[in-house]
Design a protein around this ligand. Sequence first.
Ligand code: ADP
Ligand code: GN1
Ligand code: MG
Length: 360
Amino acid sequence: MNTALEMARQFSLGQEPETAEPYGCGHINETYRVTDATGKRWILQKINPHVFPDIPALMDNISHVTAYLREQIQEEGGDPERECLRLIPTRAGDSFVRMENGDCWRMYAFVENTVTLQVAQSPEQLYFAGVAFGRFQRLLAAYPAASLHEILPGFHDTAARYRNFERAVEQDACGRAAEAQEEIAFVRARREEAGRLVSLLEKGELPLRVTHNDTKLNNVLLEPGTFHPVCVVDLDTVMPGLSLYDFGDSIRAGASTAEEDETDLSKVSCDLSLFEAYTKGFLSQCGGSLTAKERELLPFGAKLMTFECGMRFLTDYLEGDTYFRIHRPGHNLDRCRTQFKLVADMEEKAQQMDTIVARS
Ligand code: ADP
Ligand code: GN1
Ligand code: MG
């Protein structure tokens, strides 16, 4: 096993790295913050090879998208160094390093003086997250989507996710299905909805765009104090997708009143003032380019992404926690329950959500 500090030395930093500490709260990659003697910092990540089988393709997407974003940011008078991730090349000049045991590592410049939030404490914070992801979508609007690798085929194909879920229930590899009967029934009751967006895409009723696909609140760096958006991070899943995926996943993660793994479900609901704030921020940036159908489906997108995520947590629980990193027994079932509580709440608030979108 290589230590993170040893790995940091493989990159072209100009200085000798002194420390590498675990950083952030991601479920997939391992993230470290690397510091040198002068206090200069970097983000070092071990990319999860089980989740991402084609790391050269993934890094190729990130290299191209960040180069393009930097130009766009520059053109509109922004500061690409602060507003866009920058890959640090390895000593050999590559975008990542693969070790003999197959582990792959990459490095980014650290964007200083920012904060990330696990939960929004005010609508304003979520408004700014909406601005960040709406801008991200706007800046990539003219990017040739077909030139990107589809890193995780079917990533938000909710119908395919449903089939995986049914397979996991049937196999019940860990004998856990009995404990999750209520959640299994919850998914099955919504089976018909799972395929709705993919079928609209197939029929050409929704446009394919370049999307981020993992628009959690903690994937945007914000300015401390003002919470103005600074930089969108976690670009592993940037690929062709639907605008509704990005909008929906942000609402799932950002408009909730509790953390994703809260065990007291009475604390979990979809806060409409947070929903409205995000919607306004997002549409302020990319609203002009959305079709009427996309706009109309924003609330459904939020519900579907929440449902899909809950179903993925449940599937992983049933399969023995092989995908999402867990920190306690039953963690994925707890995560699934918060998502389904949110889905049920969004179903009750569907009309209000429609009204909010119409006036945003
Ligand atoms: P994961 O895929 O595991 O979620 P991320 O790429 O989102 O990993 O990184 C984890 C956390 O590290 C982010 O939530 C953010 O707080 C922080 N982070 C990531 N990249 C940077 C960066 N370039 N500068 C500063 N902080 C960063
Ligand atoms: C994972 O990497 P991270 O923690 O930002 C997952 C997302 C889920 C999210 C749930 C590549 O995101 O799809 O929505 O957990 N990423 C991948 O918290 O599967
Ligand atoms: Mg992340």
